[in-house]
Design a binder for this molecule. Structure first.
Ligand SMILES: [Fe+2]
Ligand SMILES: [Fe+2]
Length: 450
């Protein structure tokens, strides 16, 4: 698709970015939307890219009180208009900067955008249907509103009813036809977009499940993860290997009541915790195929063990998505949950230490999985040279998986994500691990990795 212009959505809150993108995609059909979590990187992009027509920027009132922030906003604003999303209502609009306070409605958002963007009238989008990326449908099995397929600009056909259960194959049919979006009615869209995390339009309903359906659903989950794995270049062989390792591990822990219980609970929930652990296993198997080390098979098993257990003491999947101890997202959790999060690397190690058959290396990987190459991680804040080579391998894969989630497994972003990782890990202590991962993926890379 040729894009007539580009828009930037900048901010650390993934949920809020997703909401903005959902609305913007419906307002600007022919614009490419680029996401940044970091304001400095966004400014670099703006300075290099003159097709950006405007920026949506998240910032708390506290941040906005800082001089640094105002300097950055000025810089940004010298190139294009900015809509600032903020948590307080004390800022006045001018003709190049507008402010909107959270929570906002789709109509409020559109009104503000129309002030800084001349091509958009306040009410220009009075379409009866709004589009929603297909990826939104994967993890759920019941819809709380009618879902439509677009046949032409004026013709839509209902494919899933309000309150109806659907299966993976119902949705798969459409994704195979290379359709990226399904549609919901405008009035449902407003509800959905404004309460994405509290009043979803899709849910997982287990109430009607009969015996055996749990296992069947697990197969569906695996099939779904295999699809994702394929999309990001993981070979079929790597996925099969990972699957075999996970089975081996399951057999190993059946007698360890505590940990087996947690494993089953994680598997039963099949949320982010399970998916991301499973994907890390697949990527570990993939990376190990190219690692120029002895005992690659052993290493892959160790990484898989760490993948399955590293976050097992975290019970809220939203908490498991956080990687940084200073993330503002942590504010949304109770003090107790935050404490648990801070301690989870150590607590998990204490727990698995009881299992004699687990190699000691696995403890190190789990203990170090939130450390950072520059020393900004936790629990110890150690830097590159104190992080073990296997922990380094795990971190690269863990970051890759987190970024894939942040970008909704958008295939067009995979290379860019890898390039970002390469900038961090492509020289220094974990170069071999990074290069092995790149080599193992079945991707034709066009960006410059050097
Ligand atoms: Fe973790
Ligand atoms: Fe994790």
């Amino acid at each position: 698709m040729d894009y007539s212009s580009q828009l930037l959505v900048v901010g650390e809150d993934n949920g809020l970015r997703a909401k903005c993108i959902l609305i913007l995609e419906n307002l600007f059909d022919t614009s490419l939307i680029i996401e940044y979590t970091n304001i400095s990187e966004a400014i670099e992009e703006i300075e290099m890219n003159d097709t950006i027509t405007f920026v949506v920027l998240q910032a708390s009132a506290d941040e906005m009180a800082q001089n640094d922030f105002n300097e950055q906003l000025k810089k940004m604003n010298s190139s294009c208009p900015v809509l600032v999303i903020t948590d307080e209502d004390e800022f006045k609009d001018n003709n190049k900067i507008c402010y909107i306070q959270t929570p906002f409605t789709v109509a409020d958002f559109q009104k503000k955008i129309s002030r800084i963007h001349q091509d958009l009238a306040e009410d220009s989008n009075n379409a009866s249907y709004r589009k929603v990326r297909i990826a939104n449908f994967w993890r759920f099995n019941k819809s709380l509103c009618d879902i439509y397929l677009k046949l032409s600009d004026i013709k839509y056909v209902k494919i899933i009813n309000n309150n109806e259960q659907y299966s993976r194959s119902d949705i798969e049919k459409y994704s195979k036809k290379k359709l990226d979006h399904l549609y919901i009615r405008n009035e449902d869209f407003e509800n959905f977009a404004c309460g994405q995390f509290h009043t979803p339009f899709l849910i997982l309903d287990k109430s009607q499940w009969k015996e055996g359906q749990e296992e069947e659903a697990l197969l569906t989950t695996h099939a779904f993860i295999h699809d994702l794995a394929k999309n990001v270049g993981i070979s079929k062989l790597a996925v099969e290997l990972a699957e075999a390792y996970v089975k081996e591990i399951e057999a190993l822990i059946t007698k360890e009541e505590d940990i087996y219980g947690l494993f089953l609970k994680m598997r039963e929930n099949r949320d982010y915790l399970y998916d991301h652990s499973y994907l890390i296993s697949c990527l570990s198997a993939s990376m190990c195929m190219e690692l120029p080390w002895k005992n690659r098979d052993e290493i892959a098993k160790k990484l898989t063990l760490a993948a399955i257990f590293h976050d097992i003491t975290i019970d809220d999947p939203n908490l498991a998505m956080i990687d940084d101890i200073n993330s503002p997202l942590l504010k949304e959790f109770s003090l107790e949950q935050r404490k648990k999060f801070k301690e989870h690397p150590e607590k998990t190690v204490e727990m698995i230490r009881k299992i004699k058959s687990f190699p000691a290396d696995v403890e190190t990987i789990i203990f170090q999985h939130h450390e950072k190459i520059d020393g900004s991680g936790f629990p110890k804040g150690i830097a590159e040279k104190h992080i073990s080579p296997l922990s380094g391998a795990f971190q690269i894969i863990h970051s890759f998986v987190s970024e894939l989630y942040n970008h909704e497994f958008d295939q067009s972003k995979v290379e860019e994500i890898l390039l970002g990782l390469y900038k961090t890990y492509g020289s220094g202590a974990f170069k071999v691990q990074m290069e092995s991962l790149l080599k193992s993926l079945e991707l034709e890379l066009t960006l410059k990795f050097e």
